[in-house]
Design a protein around this ligand. Structure first.
Ligand SMILES: *[C@@H]1O[C@H](CO)[C@@H](O)[C@H](O)[C@H]1NC(C)=O
Ligand SMILES: *[C@@H]1O[C@H](CO)[C@@H](O)[C@H](O)[C@H]1NC(C)=O
Ligand SMILES: *[C@@H]1O[C@H](CO)[C@@H](O)[C@H](O)[C@H]1NC(C)=O
Length: 647
């Protein structure tokens, strides 16, 4: 009885923060101190922006049960400030709720609010609208950049302040910038400005830090006074030598690896990255044996939903899956690596006992028949909310006030092309992929760095439609000012193409409002021919009478080429099975397709996942969501349109 009452009391307090504490660097004893005691963190990276909110608790619990005592997350600026001064912090963007959950579960937080985060995220987390100033020097003292940063941090950091450990919250340390020593600018005034800015909002007590590659050359421009310098490095190398680099910048204080790589990122067209569990376990054990602090990057990767993936140079965008070969899979499932890491941690720290949240069940909903809806060209009036813009020369996405997705550029053939004539982008200015048609017939695809010219035929005056896809902005290095669209002129033979009509497309809005209709039936294109960019729709029913539905699932697009999938208006992400690696994994490793359809449903019906846990605080089984959970049977939910844009 008394035990039960204790549990209830705890639940009541679950949504307030705790007592203020202290957290600091002890330089004399080379460690952190938490509430006066020697403290070492073993943390894992989880990006709330890559996981649907309904699963945050499940993933955090799995991390807690692995023996971690902290989690690390980035805050992507562009995810929260879509246009200047317009902030979103609700639903999947509710970072405060995420922090509260971590705190309730018993995990501390290492916060990395940028402003630049890298993270294989569009433009490294910087909002594309910064490019309204064409020659802006990002991540520097450029006054326009600084003005935007000050405004953003003026919004974000006061929100974070109550969550600092000193104020009873879970945040023990806060990173300033990210691997700044790898950036060309090396602008100490910028780093000094950020330091002052962070201090002015967060106070003098919080531990602020930087992270750089484990080499003296990186630390040269990355570290600065008042910010504790840490390093990042993966498994397999010489751990002592890597920490020697940190010692170069910080002769005393705790050893910290802020990004210990459990796996690695992927690019379209390259093999899926895999890092052996044995290597990860061995190096992790070496790091922990030295008494060092560590953050495992990633502990769970998750998904680049919608258009959020970034790209590397030479231009190589990352796929929808951010699985990362992490200990928890993209779908949040337990892997062999998870258990191996747990065993290593167990040798260094007492880990929680009790059942680990199980892998979530998946369900195969069967084949979804897809019917052709309108082509993009046919649907222009529906898709172009703002109407077209006319100009002599092509304009970029930003000039057309569009950040993501697709823009249609239309012009006419100025001369007869009775023989195949090259339509080219001599300056490689198609950013990033263009689907070209002449008078409603597909003519070919131009692609950044890969295909700068195709041949076209047609009569003078024929309509040329060029649908340009933004495949994700560069997130690392000196090319992060990544303009999208047609960023230089196109030529036809020797002539520059002129007289453009440009349609900024609000596809996501049109899809979620169900505006796309079916087309009049036309003869299906010959199988080998390129099809025109078109929408396809289909629907499926969550069957009745099977317990625990709806469940997660995976979408397979066996004969499809490239495009974007929406389910019930939610933009799941890009598919490109012909280039892979996402599609190629199907045969041997289920689970690396797109994250499924289901959480939409879960969201719509506010169904919470429930697990019984052995919880350290109450030392008994504790139903973690008994308060929020209302038992509601969902019967035969119809998932409306499973929309796809197909090229
Ligand atoms: C690792 O690096 C340290 C310090 O640079 C060096 O003393 C040691 O010999 C290296 N170990 C191996 C196995 O190379
Ligand atoms: C375009 O046509 C010319 C002449 O037929 C040919 O030499 C060239 O390879 C073609 N280019 C492409 C990109 O197909
Ligand atoms: C296209 O060419 C014209 C004339 O040379 C030039 O003024 C304009 O800046 C070019 N446009 C782009 C987008 O490169």
């Amino acid at each position: 009885m008394s035990l039960l009452r204790f549990g209830v009391t705890l639940l009541l307090f679950a949504h307030s923060l705790g007592d203020p504490g202290t957290f600091s660097v002890d330089y004399e004893n080379d460690c952190f101190r938490k509430d006066g005691e020697v403290f070492r963190y073993i943390s894992g990276s989880i990006h709330y922006n890559r996981i649907p909110r309904v699963y945050w608790k499940d993933r955090l619990l799995k991390m807690y049960m692995a023996g971690l005592n902290a989690v690390q997350t980035y805050i992507p600026w562009n995810y929260h400030e879509e246009s200047p001064g317009r902030y979103s912090f609700s639903g999947d963007q509710d970072v405060e709720y995420f922090l509260q959950l971590a705190k309730d579960i018993g995990l501390l937080v290492i916060l990395r609010p940028g402003p630049y985060i890298c993270g294989e995220w569009d433009m490294g987390g910087l909002p594309a609208w910064l490019l309204n100033k064409k020659d802006i020097v990002l991540r520097s003292s450029d006054p326009d950049y600084i003005t935007a940063v000050d405004a953003w941090m003026g919004k974000l950091l006061p929100m974070m302040k109550p969550y600092l450990y000193q104020n009873g919250g879970p945040i023990i340390t806060v990173q300033v910038e990210n691997e700044y020593g790898s950036y060309f600018a090396c602008d100490y005034n910028y780093m000094r400005h950020l330091t002052k800015l962070f201090r002015s909002h967060l106070g003098d007590d919080v531990v602020l830090f930087t992270t750089d590659g484990a080499g003296v050359s990186f630390l040269k421009c990355g570290s600065i006074q008042d910010l504790y310098a840490t390093v990042d490095f993966g498994p397999g190398g010489n751990v002592t030598a890597a920490f020697d680099a940190q010692r170069h910048a910080e002769p005393r204080g705790p050893l910290v690896n802020s990004e210990f790589y459990t796996g690695w990122l992927d690019h379209w067209g390259s093999r899926h990255s895999v890092v052996s569990t044995a290597r990860v376990a061995k190096s992790l054990n070496e790091i922990l044996s030295m008494g060092a602090n560590v953050n495992l990057y990633m502990f769970i990767g998750g998904t680049n939903f919608g258009y959020w993936n970034g790209a590397n140079t030479p231009f190589a965008p990352q796929p929808t899956s951010y699985d990362y070969d992490a200990p928890l899979s993209e779908a949040g499932d337990l892997t062999e690596k998870y258990f191996a890491i747990r065993e290593v941690i167990k040798m260094h720290r007492k880990i929680p006992e009790g059942p680990i949240p199980p892998t979530t069940p998946k369900f195969a909903y069967g084949t979804v028949v897809m019917k052709q809806l309108q082509t993009v060209s046919d649907a222009l009036e529906i898709l172009s909310f703002s109407g077209p813009v006319k100009g002599m020369y092509p304009q970029t996405f930003i000039e057309l006030s569009q950040a993501f997705g697709y823009v249609l550029y239309r012009t006419r053939l100025p001369v007869d092309c009775s023989t195949p004539t090259p339509l080219s982008s001599p300056l490689n200015g198609v950013h990033d992929r263009a689907y070209v048609s002449v008078d409603g017939v597909s003519a070919g695809i131009l692609e950044r760095n890969r295909a700068i010219s195709i041949n076209v035929t047609g009569k003078s005056g024929s309509q040329v439609d060029i649908l340009v896809e933004n495949m994700g902005r560069i997130n690392y290095g000196k090319s992060i000012n990544d303009f999208k669209g047609l960023v230089s002129n196109l030529t036809l033979g020797a002539d520059t193409l002129l007289g453009w009509t440009m349609y900024s497309l609000s596809i996501d809005e049109a899809v979620s409002q169900g505006l796309l209709g079916e087309t009049k039936p036309t003869a299906p294109p010959a199988p080998a021919a390129l099809s025109l960019p078109a929408f396809y729709g289909g629907s499926f029913i969550i069957p009745d009478g099977i317990p625990d539905l709806p469940q997660d699932t995976y979408i397979k697009l066996p004969q499809w080429r490239k495009g974007q999938v929406w389910i019930n208006g939610f933009n799941l992400g890009r598919y490109w099975p012909s280039r892979g690696p996402q599609g190629l994994l199907a045969n041997h490793q289920q689970g690396l397709y797109f994250r499924e359809c289901l959480f939409f449903n879960v969201k719509m019906h506010t169904r919470e996942k429930c697990f019984m846990y052995y919880h350290r605080a109450v030392d008994t089984l504790w139903d973690l969501c008994s308060v929020a959970f209302t038992k509601k049977k969902i019967i035969a939910v119809r998932l409306d349109v499973c929309e796809a844009l197909f090229f």
